[in-house]
Design a binder for this molecule. Structure first.
Ligand SMILES: *Cc1c(COP(=O)(O)O)cnc(C)c1O
Length: 350
């Protein structure tokens, strides 16, 4: 039996603004941000800078732009960025470090999208006329392809210390930083204290329709504002969107723990389905994502997801046999049960 309303767990980006969020958007005072008088955007930027313990922040249309502005500001053409091989900036940002900043990314490895100080020491290039110039370390928290995994604060501090030891800057891709904070119990400011810059997304688990921010030193953010304009990211009455982000910060951070609980419930239910392999342990399902693999007899993950979609449940293939489900604000309290039941039917029907 297929429920009338589809259950979309492809990503936490699919949420629609709530009625109260729309109201906040419609009543926000507006100006022209390119001309420098958008009161709601300014309010958001000040709030985000304060929340993250940085001097300044810049509202951007996407997390990709926030990350790429950071890379462009930290690096020059011919520089090298050190990041985990499974990171978003390598897999999902259209080679922008090469295209926009003229940089290479040197991938390092480690379990669940994390790495340690030794990996940084080993990846830094020695000064040599032949070599790229190591310039920046990027850490992703939570780590998407790593399973929605959370960086322990101490491990990140050691990585940041290693970066500083070599004179490198540190950027945190914090698209889901508040998920990490919720799971680990540290504050956003405490985590990013060891970084120069940080990007955050309002359009993921926080449920805003559009928008991210880059935070960091005032002079860097001033340059980033110029590069944002260069890339066509200067927006006008963007207070409409900033109002949604402010609303999300006020009302949708605490509830992230519900998504994490729902993810654990889904993993536990999926663990009982034969043909599905998932680790339901709390250190495997740390935040709002569940990754599972399907047995070879069930075919390719994307075809499996098509069969699931016919059941009214939308998940996403993240590899030949790997499937991802992301819990979020719009999923509904029966999402774990519905998703697990649909997976079971898709397995049995094959
Ligand atoms: C979603 C995401 C981003 C930014 O993506 P946009 O779609 O450009 O907003 C950056 N990093 C990670 C880890 C993400 O999951």
């Amino acid at each position: 039996m297929t429920s009338a309303v589809p259950l979309d767990l492809r990503s936490d980006t699919v949420t629609r603004p709530t009625a109260a969020m729309r109201e906040a958007m419609m009543s926000a005072p507006l100006g022209d941000d390119v001309l420098g008088d958008e009161p709601t955007v300014q309010r958001l930027e000040e709030r985000v800078a304060k929340l993250l313990g940085k001097e300044a922040a810049l509202f951007t249309p996407s997390g990709t732009m926030a990350n790429q502005l950071a890379i462009r500001c930290h690096c020059e053409a011919g520089d090298e960025v050190i990041a985990h091989g499974e990171s978003h900036i390598i897999h999902y940002e259209t080679a922008a470090p090469a295209a926009i900043a003229g940089c290479m990314v040197r991938p390092v490895s480690g379990p669940r999208g994390l790495f340690d100080a030794d990996a940084v020491h080993a990846a830094v290039r020695h000064a040599d006329i032949h070599s790229p110039q190591s310039r920046l370390v990027v850490v992703e928290n939570t780590h998407n392809r790593g399973g929605g995994s959370v960086w322990p604060l101490e491990q990140f501090k050691q990585v940041a210390d290693a970066a500083r030891h070599h004179g490198l800057a540190v950027h945190v891709d914090g698209a889901r930083l508040w998920n990490a904070c919720t799971a680990a119990g540290y504050s956003a400011a405490a985590f990013v204290a060891a970084s120069d810059t940080v990007s955050v997304c309002f359009s993921k688990g926080l449920g805003a329709p559009v928008g991210s921010a880059l935070a960091g030193p005032r002079a860097l953010i001033k340059r980033a504002r110029r590069f944002r304009k260069m890339l066509g990211g200067g927006m006008r009455q963007s207070g409409l969107l900033a109002a949604a982000a402010i609303y999300a910060l006020d009302h949708h951070v605490e509830r992230l723990r519900d998504d994490h609980a729902a993810a654990r419930a889904l993993a536990a239910a999926l663990a009982r389905v034969s043909g599905v392999t998932v680790d339901p342990a709390p250190d495997a399902v740390e935040t709002n994502m569940v990754f599972f693999t399907i047995a070879p007899r069930l075919g390719d993950a994307s075809a499996f997801c098509e069969r699931l979609a016919a059941e009214g449940v939308h998940l996403i293939a993240m590899g030949p046999s790997r499937v991802r489900a992301v819990l979020h604000l719009d999923a509904g309290s029966d999402a774990p049960a519905r998703a697990a039941a649909a997976v079971e039917r898709a397995v049995r029907a094959h």
